[in-house]
Design a protein around this ligand. Structure first.
Ligand SMILES: Nc1ncnc2c1ncn2[C@@H]1O[C@H](COP(=O)(O)OP(=O)(O)OP(=O)(O)O)[C@@H](O)[C@H]1O
Length: 233
């Protein structure tokens, strides 16, 4: 059984439907990417999985539990972590306090930040007392991923983690996500615009167009023809 399974999911903003009959299955331990041009519904899809957008019809099953109507804070406790577009670091809180926010979402709330976090993100240890808003974009993205990891998730959903970030940090983020996946067995779903990053990171892809999944498969089969048809601008 897939870890995350969306069946026939439809989502609207007011009267305007944005996702139509979306089917998507992500297996435990895999890294999947969701691709598509601007405005096709990728963010809405991730927000629906964590419960920030209401599903009008269809079902979302996570780790054998039906969660379609489950409130967001419970989905977080079940093990879904969402790292939003734009990172949403609290600018006036210290790096340490931003990290602690992640722990509040966990099921068994840890008492302190485990050293493991700094093995994945050594940079954060040097900046614990700094205000989150003073970090660079790339550092804030790493803080957002670390905060997401502190909720002790089974799956991490990341919305455009490389947006506006310099290439060397993009590379670092790719390697860290692979390590988190490999060493902790955490399933990863990434919405991405950078095709090369997606190809290198993920084993599986889903392409969306106009609110529907129109192609999916192994990233080895993400051909230039598919990229040209659905992703080229
Ligand atoms: N809060 C909202 N109210 C109304 N419509 C919205 C809202 N948020 C998004 N939309 C619309 O829903 C559609 C899907 O948007 P969404 O942000 O999910 O797409 P996306 O693929 O993530 O785009 P991008 O790559 O630009 O982030 C778009 O037509 C967008 O204008």
């Amino acid at each position: 059984m897939p870890l995350l399974n969306l069946t026939d999911v439809t989502v609207s903003y007011g009267q305007t439907p944005v996702l139509f009959n979306v089917d998507m299955a992500v297996e435990k331990g895999e890294i999947a990417c969701i691709l598509g041009r601007n405005g096709v519904g990728k963010t809405t899809l991730l927000r629906s999985v964590i419960g920030l957008n209401k599903v009008m019809s269809g079902s979302i099953v996570f780790d054998a539990d039906e969660i379609t109507k489950t409130p967001t804070y419970l989905r977080a406790r079940y093990g879904i972590s969402f790292i939003p577009q734009g990172r949403e670091i609290i600018p006036y809180l210290s790096v340490l306090d931003n990290l602690k926010l992640g722990m509040t979402a966990a099921k068994n709330k840890p008492k302190k930040i485990s050293e493991e976090i700094f093995e994945f993100f050594p940079m954060l240890k040097q900046h614990l007392k700094r205000q989150g808003g003073l970090l660079s974009g790339g550092q804030q993205q790493q803080l957002a991923i670390a905060r997401g990891l502190l909720s002790n998730p089974k799956i991490m959903l990341l919305d455009e983690p490389t947006e506006g970030i310099q290439p060397s940090i993009v590379q670092e983020i790719e390697e860290t996500l692979k390590r988190i996946n490999r060493e902790k067995g955490i399933t990863v779903v990434v919405v991405e615009q950078k095709i090369d990053f997606a190809r290198q990171l993920a084993q599986k892809f889903f392409i969306m167009e106009k609110g529907s999944v129109v192609a999916n498969g192994h990233t080895a089969d993400l051909t230039d023809a598919l990229v040209h048809k659905y992703l080229a601008v």
